[in-house]
Design a protein around this ligand. Structure first.
Ligand code: SF4
Length: 413
């Protein structure tokens, strides 16, 4: 089957479901990566690898949905539950601004105590006070939460957010778009249509969004392809997705930790990226990550069909709650890209190029500016800039956001 897949990809023909399953189950990994890289070079500038300067704070960790893969949330009323008010979120925006972020990916748990007004207000205020930062706010499940508290339709909620200034939506909450999987790991979030309906409507009101996938738990290869089929079909319909972003399930401290015996490692990640590049023939951008799978795996992933290296993620609390710790700086991230043989280019949320940095030839001259490459450590070595330029020095809150100390909207009971 491999040679017929190669021929189809080179002719620009779409792969079938059975061929998709073969990519995940049997295709030779290095050939798969080489073909994905060949296609990536046809779709995007083969020399550039893009990244965004961003941060991922959270306005609440209170949530009633009990996803079995989630270590981040606390039940409303729990002593560690927090919810920030508008000014608390603006302090997060100010922190992002000091760090030079152009994108703030803000998400939270599904907290029914937050009134509808809060959501468009933080978009509007963020736009007015920080016009150079893109508010990349709210995953699909949060949009459903807004539908609940507002009485509006999905369309009505998205139109209100659009009017407040929101233009992009992050892809969180997709996990695996297969009914059986969702019933097992996140039954309260509904079937695949719950996520797809939000993204379809977002695209119709003029927003762009990303398609994500969290794999490596209870899904089968056929269900991975089912997920790709759903996002490929929606992309055919709306052309609203900017990129596909996969990451592996991190099981530490999650309710289903003991039930998932295997860990999806680097080889699986490379296979997922390359298969996605070949199968999602209507996506321009496939995102690899230094963060979720580690810096070295991230570097190799740039040779398996990915053209983007994700963001700097100055603040991140969801993976952190599972014990997954990783940090970077712009200088280090660019060096990781150069070491892989590519030229780093800073981009916007919409994948427009902002600045093309020196390419691999500059490695020798820039080496002194780059801190040690460290990851997966709870305590960062003293040499590493735990507090970045512009970042406020503070003790991290237990399971809480570390860049905002704003007033709490709802005091824990
Ligand atoms: S993944 Fe999101 S919706 Fe699910 S429990 Fe965690 S915070 Fe809540």
């Amino acid at each position: 089957m491999w040679s017929s897949i190669e021929a189809k990809v080179r002719r620009g023909e779409r792969l079938s479901t059975a061929e998709g399953v073969y990519l995940f189950a049997e295709a030779p990994l290095l050939e798969l990566g080489a073909l994905a890289q060949e296609l990536r070079a046809r779709k995007t500038d083969p020399q550039l690898v893009t990244y965004v300067i961003d941060t991922n704070p959270n306005y609440t960790n209170a949530c009633t949905v009990d996803c079995h893969f989630c270590a981040f949330y606390r039940k409303p009323g729990h002593a560690e539950a927090y919810t920030y008010d508008v000014e608390g979120v603006m302090k997060m925006m100010a922190a992002a601004d000091r760090l030079g972020a152009t994108t703030v990916l803000l998400q939270g748990g599904l907290n029914p105590e937050i009134p509808w007004d809060f959501y468009p207000t933080i978009v509007r205020e963020a736009r007015q006070r920080y016009p150079h930062i893109t508010p990349h706010f709210f995953s699909a499940p949060e949009i459903h939460q807004m539908v609940e508290v507002s009485g509006l339709t999905i369309r009505g909620v998205l139109e209100a957010l659009y009017q407040a200034g929101q233009r992009t939506l992050p892809g969180g909450g997709a996990e695996i778009l297969a009914r059986r999987v969702r019933q097992r790991i996140s039954i309260k979030k509904g079937g695949p249509e719950a996520w797809l309906d939000v993204h379809r409507e977002a695209h119709r009101v003029g927003m762009r969004s990303t398609a994500t996938m969290m794999y490596g738990h209870v899904e089968t290869d056929a269900e991975l392809v089912e997920h790709l089929d759903y996002v490929r079909a929606l992309q055919d319909e709306t052309h609203g997705f900017t990129a596909f972003v996969p990451w592996s399930y991190k099981r530490g401290n999650t309710p289903m930790e003991s039930k998932v015996k295997h860990v999806a490692g680097a080889s699986r990640y490379l296979r997922v990226l390359a298969a996605a590049r070949l199968y999602l023939d209507n996506f321009d951008h496939i995102q690899a990550s230094w963060f979720s799978e580690g810096k070295k795996t991230g570097q190799i992933a740039l040779h398996f069909g990915a053209d983007d290296f994700g963001g700097t993620l100055y603040e991140e609390n969801v993976h952190l709650a599972t014990g997954h710790v990783n940090k970077t700086t712009v200088a280090e991230l660019e060096t990781l890209v150069r070491e892989s043989g590519f030229t780093p280019a800073q981009r916007t949320t919409l994948y427009e190029i902002v600045r093309v940095a020196p390419g691999p030839e500059a490695l020798e001259h820039l080496a002194d500016d780059v801190p040690l490459f460290v990851e997966g450590l709870r305590e960062l070595p003293a040499e590493y800039p735990a507090v970045l330029e512009g970042e406020e020095s503070r003790a991290p809150a237990a399971n809480g956001p570390r860049s905002a100390d704003g007033e709490r909207l709802i005091t824990p009971r």
